[in-house]
Design a protein around this ligand. Sequence first.
Ligand SMILES: [Zn+2]
Length: 251
Amino acid sequence: MTTTVIDSPAFTPAQINLIKQISIAARSLSLGGHDDFNQGQVSARMPGADTFFIKNAITGFDECTPDDILQASTDPEAPKDRLLPPEVVLHQAVYNARPDVNAIVHSHAPHTLVLGATDLQLRAVSHDGAFFEGRTPRFTMTSNTILTLDVAEAVASALGTYPAALLRNHGGVIVGKSIRHATVYAHLLERACALQLTAERVPGGYHSSDEGDIAAKREFNFADLSVRSYWDHCSRQVHRLLPLYASGQVS
Ligand SMILES: [Zn+2]
């Protein structure tokens, strides 16, 4: 069931492009502070597909290349490649629960993790927070690594229809309709949490955007065209600071 780009001529050009995007997304997440050794995952699927592509268990976000991406089934009962991450079940549960989701990031990004450990509600301190206010439920059933389908389905249930969930004392799960959206949202969430945690320490408190501004920001700052431009910046930054291959094979 599982294979890599290198040894499978079976992938379509669109699938190979998606695999390249996942490896760029992984490196972008690294540049955004999502590294925790080789832990965390980024995955994506073609819309409607019953398989998806995911970074393997042993590779860090910072060093991911297309050859480190594996294909997996959305069926938790399907045979598993031994290099699939143990938390692949989380991705399977979310894809099965959310037909609208075509990409998932799970990381232990520090500010996301710390805000998740508190009882604070994410507020619209910045543009980033405006995207998430009222849309980041907390998963509190366990803080352990997600290894079983029942726990994974409980995370998917906690996530509901939202773009992200905070996993208390563990990290975050961020989803999107494309690899571009999920990656940009993961950056937004980490920045939103970092800025709020900073604001929380300021004596005298802080203000956050009102409902009207939040609606306006969601309509403009996070429209598909804007997300596309943020992703394009992420991609350029990876090629500039953490290129996949010195020869520039992946574009
Ligand atoms: Zn984890």
